[in-house]
Design a protein around this ligand. Structure first.
Ligand code: NDP
Ligand code: OXD
Length: 308
C-alpha cells in the first residue's frame, strides 16, 4: 500500500512519515509532491493539484479535526471520502485551554496582571463569591463534549449547544438554531468550538453577542470565521463583552496591525488551543487506513453537504 503524505506550512512531513512507519512498517510512504500513484493521502490543506496528479487515491485523511479548509478548496473529487481526526489527543489540550480562559475571567486575572505592571497591590472580590460563573460550550463534538464534561467536573455550572440534542452528565444541553438565544442568555463565559460551515459562519455577531449577559467572557477556539470582528470589538468596547481569549482568526497569522493585538481585554494565542499530537494522530491514521483497506466501518467520515 502506498501512502502520500502532504502538509502546508511547517515541514512536518518527514516526522509524520517516520511515525507512521513505527505503526505500519510494511506500507510505502511518499512525500508530496510526487506523481507516483498512491492509494491514500494524509494531508493538511492539500492543493487542488494533488488530486489532479493522483487519480488513483481512494480516500483523504485530514491531518487535523477541522475540515473547513479542505472543503473550501473544492478540489477533492465527489466520490472520494474525507476522513478527519477524532480527538487524537486534542480534546485534553482543548479542555486545558478552555479551563485557562474560564479561570482567567473567573479569578480576575486580567486585573491582577495589570496591577502587577503598575506595582499595585489590591484584592478584588472574586466573581465566584457572588455567583460561580456559568460556562456555555458551543459545539458538543469530540472537542466540545470533552470540554463541557471536564468543566462540569471542575465544579462549574455548564451548558452546551449543538445541532442535534446531546445528553451529557451534569451539563444542561440545548439544540438547534431556535434554542440559541436561551442558551446564550445564561453564559457568563462562552466557549466556541464549532466547526466552520455555512450555518456557523459569522455566528458570533452583534445580535448573538447582545444575547449574552453583560460582561460575559468569550473564548473562541473554533475558527476565526465564526466571529464578526467589528461586532466583537464593539461589544468589548461597550462592556457587553468583559474580555476575550482568541485562538483562531479570519487571517492567520493575525496581521500585525489587527486591533486584537493591542486591545487591553483580549488575549491572542496563535492557533495552539489544540495542536495535532503526532503519535496519537499517526496511530489513529494507520487504524483508519487499515479499516478502509479492509472495507470495514470507519468513523470520522465528513459529510461535505453539512460541512463537518
Ligand atoms: P465535531 O465534528 O466532533 O463536533 C462539532 C460539533 O459542532 C458537534 O457537536 C455539532 O453538532 C456542532 N455543530 C456543527 N454545526 C452546528 C450548528 N450549525 N449549530 C449547532 N451546532 C453545530 O468536531 P470537533 O469537536 O472535533 O472539532 C470542532 C472544531 O474545533 C473543528 O472543526 C475546528 O474548527 C476546531 N479546532 C480548533 C483547534 C484549535 O487549535 N483551535 C484544534 C482542533 C479543532 P452535532 O453534535 O449535533 O453534530
Ligand atoms: C484542527 C486544527 O482543526 O488544528 O485540527 O485547528
Amino acid at each position: 500500500m502506498k501512502i502520500l503524505v502532504q502538509s502546508t506550512g511547517l515541514d512536518i512531513v518527514p516526522g509524520i512519515i517516520s511515525e507512521l512507519k513505527t505503526h505500519q512498517p510494511d506500507w510505502q510512504y511518499i512525500a508530496w509532491p510526487s506523481d507516483e500513484p498512491c492509494d491514500y493521502v494524509v494531508g493538511w490543506k492539500p492543493p487542488a493539484e494533488l488530486f489532479a496528479r493522483q487519480p488513483a487515491l481512494k480516500a483523504v485523511i485530514n491531518y487535523g479535526a477541522g475540515v473547513d479548509a479542505i472543503l473550501a478548496m473544492n478540489a477533492v473529487p465527489a466520490h472520494m471520502p474525507i476522513i478527519r481526526l477524532e480527538d487524537a489527543g486534542m480534546a485534553q489540550q482543548m479542555a486545558e485551554y478552555a479551563i485557562y480562559g474560564v479561570i482567567h475571567h473567573h479569578r480576575n486575572m486580567r486585573i491582577y496582571h495589570a496591577q502587577q505592571r503598575d506595582v499595585h497591590w489590591e484584592q478584588h472580590e472574586d466573581r465566584g463569591n457572588v455567583r460561580r460563573p456559568t460556562v456555555g460550550v458551543m459545539g458538543l463534538g469530540e472537542m466540545g463534549g470533552a470540554v463541557a464534561t471536564r468543566l462540569a467536573a471542575f465544579g462549574y455550572s455548564v451548558r452546551g449547544w449543538s445541532r442535534s440534542k446531546h445528553e451529557i452528565e451534569n451539563v444542561l444541553t440545548f439544540a438547534g438554531h431556535d434554542a440559541l438565544p436561551t442558551f446564550l442568555s445564561g453564559c457568563d463565559v462562552l466557549i466556541s468550538i464549532l466547526p466552520l460551515t455555512e450555518s456557523t459562519r459569522g455566528i458570533l455577531n452583534a445580535t448573538t453577542l447582545a444575547q449574552l449577559p453583560r460582561g460575559a467572557f468569550l473564548v473562541n477556539a473554533g475558527r476565526g470565521g465564526h466571529l464578526v470582528d467589528a461586532d466583537v470589538v464593539a461589544a468589548l468596547n461597550s462592556g457587553q463583552l468583559g474580555g476575550a481569549l482568541l485562538d483562531v482568526f479570519h487571517e492567520e497569522p493575525l496581521p500585525k496591525d489587527h486591533g486584537y493585538w493591542s486591545h487591553p481585554n483580549v488575549i491572542v494565542t496563535p492557533h495552539i488551543a489544540a495542536t495535532t499530537p503526532i503519535k496519537d494522530a499517526c496511530a489513529q491514521i494507520v487504524a483508519k487506513i487499515t479499516a478502509l483497506s479492509r472495507n470495514e466501518m470507519v468513523s470520522g467520515i465528513v459529510d461535505p453537504k453539512v460541512g463537518y
